[in-house]
Design a protein around this ligand. Structure first.
Ligand code: PMP
Length: 417
């Protein structure tokens, strides 16, 4: 595969101060305090390279895609379509034509639910998910189950927040028509063993969809090595703009799937008697897309590729170890999710303090953490809690920020005592 010179990996260890200078927002203050942004699992901050790419697009290139023969139209189309090549390289897809642009993971999963699963489901069939799924990987399946008479089955997790793989495998019975699993849990940070789950699914002829929203920013994704059938990504967690994302699917699935949205851009020929459709991926991409957003996503992919996942993951692993150790020393703090394989996402509770109160007080200290159910009600039920706090890190976070967060927690706890 050709290495794009603009994405050649930088040498040496991760230069975090220099990286931080690439993210203008990280320099701001909140309530008069330096911002400590620990909510990257919710949405990541954006480097100047992304902001400039979007800005440049609107200043110099803006036109609609795939319609105009004029220079701007061609430039806009080529800038937009280049992100399809970058995404294909990013996930090691066999073909750019297997990359369907979507508004995010939610749209990608819904596309599979309505276009792939629904036409195949009948009463008695099941869809297998896990206890740790985000609502985006539960509700679309429930909706198509309701319409078809199929049922949802749930693979359990252990107390540490790891999928119980043997139980998952036992649940792969003949009536399972599709399995859908998060690559990484947004609440627990758990990395699921997708390659071995895929192997088990393939042995039984069961297609596997992987929700990669939380994996994209942390792990090198190689869908050929993972061996799954569908992979969904969201651009805004991957340092790109909101309203961008993708569905990767094996070509044979895309060929067999009917269109989901109808409209312009997805047709070959329209007659009132009937319409023929464009080849994949375009048959799933009706209407004018988020052109500038995808140009920005292309810049985001170049940016992380330039840093290199190995380097980025090494720093994140150190951050996770540092934060976990520091948090374990906080009296009354309970970490929820202690899987052996994790990305730097830590959910926690503090005895005697309501998660929302703590998050509000931390905000006044400049610390942005999320509190709530994190769109994972069934996981909250498993742990018997209504909400957790979640500190989620990215490669632009520092050890000093973690220490400052722990110090802020000690100060605000006194206020709640
Ligand atoms: N799955 C997971 C694991 C997520 O964390 C999220 C976003 N929080 C989604 C799906 C949905 O992503 P989006 O809202 O960008 O479509």
């Amino acid at each position: 595969m050709n290495v794009n010179p603009s994405t050649r990996v930088e040498e040496g260890p991760l230069d975090v101060p220099r990286i931080r200078a690439d993210f203008p927002l990280l320099a701001r203050t909140v309530h008069g305090k330096p911002l400590i942004y620990l909510d990257s699992a919710n949405t990541s901050q954006k480097p100047s390279a992304v902001i400039d790419a979007v800005d440049n697009f609107f200043r110099h290139t803006n036109a609609n895609v795939a319609r105009a023969v004029h220079a701007l139209g061609e430039e806009a189309t080529s800038a937009y379509e280049s992100t399809r090549d970058k995404l294909a390289r990013f996930i090691n897809a066999p073909s750019r034509n297997e990359i369907v642009f979507t508004s995010g993971t939610t749209q990608a999963i819904n596309l599979v639910a309505y276009s792939y699963a629904l036409p195949r489901l009948k009463p008695g069939d099941t869809i297998l998910v896990t206890q740790m799924e985000h609502h985006a990987n539960i509700v679309p399946w429930q909706l198509v189950c309701e319409r078809s008479g199929a049922k949802l089955k749930v693979a359990p997790i252990n107390e540490a927040g790891e999928l119980i793989v043997e139980r998952f495998v036992e649940l792969l019975t003949p009536e399972v028509k599709l399995a859908a699993v998060a690559h990484v849990s947004n609440v627990l940070g758990t990395i699921n063993p997708v390659a071995s789950l895929s192997r088990e699914c393939r042995k039984r002829g069961i297609p596997l969809l992987v929700d990669g929203s939380q994996a994209g920013p942390h792990l090198r994704i190689d869908i050929r090595a993972l061996g799954c059938d569908f992979y969904a990504l969201t651009g805004h967690k991957l340092f790109g703009p909101t309203g961008t994302g993708m569905l990767w699917a094996r070509r044979e699935h895309l060929d067999a799937m009917p269109p989901f949205f109808g409209g312009g851009e997805m047709i070959r020929e329209v007659r009132f008697e009937g319409t023929t459709f464009a080849d994949p991926p375009h048959k799933f991409e009706a209407g004018t897309p988020n052109i500038a957003g995808f140009v920005g996503l292309g810049a985001a992919l170049d940016y992380v590729e330039r840093i290199g996942f190995e380097k980025l993951a090494a720093h994140e692993g150190d951050l996770l170890a540092h934060a976990t150790e520091a948090m374990r020393r906080v009296p009354g703090l309970r970490i929820i999710g202690e899987a052996a394989e994790k990305v730097p996402v830590i959910s926690f509770l503090i005895e005697g303090a309501h998660a929302h109160d703590l998050a509000t007080l931390l905000d006044h200290e400049g610390v942005a953490v999320r509190s709530g159910h994190h769109c994972a009600h069934p996981l909250m039920q498993f742990y018997g809690v209504a909400a957790t706090l979640r500190a989620s890190m990215a490669f632009y976070n520092t050890f000093d920020e973690i220490d400052a967060f722990i110090a802020a927690m000690a100060r605000v706890r006194k206020l709640l005592a």
